[in-house]
Ligand binder design. Structure first.
Ligand code: CA
Length: 228
């Protein structure tokens, strides 16, 4: 599930440095040189997070952040401000207009990535690293482990994400499209029956403890994870 990040930065070298590092870390990246160009991209679709330079030609990053916060659609969009100014007062102004975090240039790519990860985690509780325990199954996102009682189950990364999504949404009918959106992310080239293949594998992996019965096929609807 690669999160989408929009970088709004007028300096090409810095923008490129950030873009390369984010892509390398697995994020989907789009770029804008100005607030106006960013606006056009946001109108077309919302990213999961915006990295916003403070000093931009035309509308400043601060003004832009203020506007984004004022609009319902973008009010909760996670924003990290980028700036060369290190003064404490400016920092406070950044938080004042609603930036969620603040990184001062020059920054290390590692530091930026850490901030991005932390903010994405805070922003989407769904992607939380908290262990989940349902009906004797315990899933630990942080270690990528699943336990059925004392037994460790062997799951591939896709089956793990699938089970994680099921366990976050127990007792709900989840369509194949919804599963593709959330487990596969960008799935333009994936067929819906791929979901069935992975469900089959997941059930097989869960079967030693009898937990395969927790995944119910809903005729014409998709699948449901039974909470008991
Ligand atoms: Ca700038």
């Amino acid at each position: 599930m690669n999160a989408k990040i929009l970088i709004v930065e007028d300096e090409p070298a810095i923008r490129e440095l950030i873009a390369v590092n984010l892509r390398h870390a697995g994020y989907t990246v789009s770029e804008a040189e100005t607030a106006e160009a960013a606006r056009i991209q946001l109108d077309a679709g919302l990213p999961d997070l915006v990295l916003l330079d403070w000093m931009l030609p035309g509308q400043s990053g601060i003004e832009f952040a203020r506007k984004l916060r004022a609009e319902t659609r973008t009010a909760k969009l996670p924003i990290v401000m980028l700036t060369a100014r290190a003064q404490e007062g400016d920092k406070l102004q950044g938080f004042d207009v609603g930036a969620d975090d603040y990184v001062t240039k020059p920054f290390s790519p590692r530091e930026l990535l850490a901030r991005v990860r932390a903010l994405l985690r805070r922003a989407s509780p769904e992607a939380s690293e908290d262990p989940i325990e349902i009906a004797g199954l315990r899933l630990e996102p942080a270690t990528f482990r699943v336990y059925a009682g004392e037994r460790t189950l062997e799951l591939s990364p896709t089956e793990f994400r699938l089970l994680h999504f099921f366990m976050r949404n127990p007792d709900r009918v989840l369509s194949r499209t919804r599963l593709l959106d959330n487990v596969w992310g960008d799935h333009v080239y994936i067929e819906e029956r791929t979901v069935d293949v992975h469900i089959r594998r997941l059930r097989l992996a869960l079967s030693p403890g009898g937990h395969d019965r927790l995944i119910e096929t809903v005729r014409g609807g998709g699948y449901r994870f039974l909470p008991r």
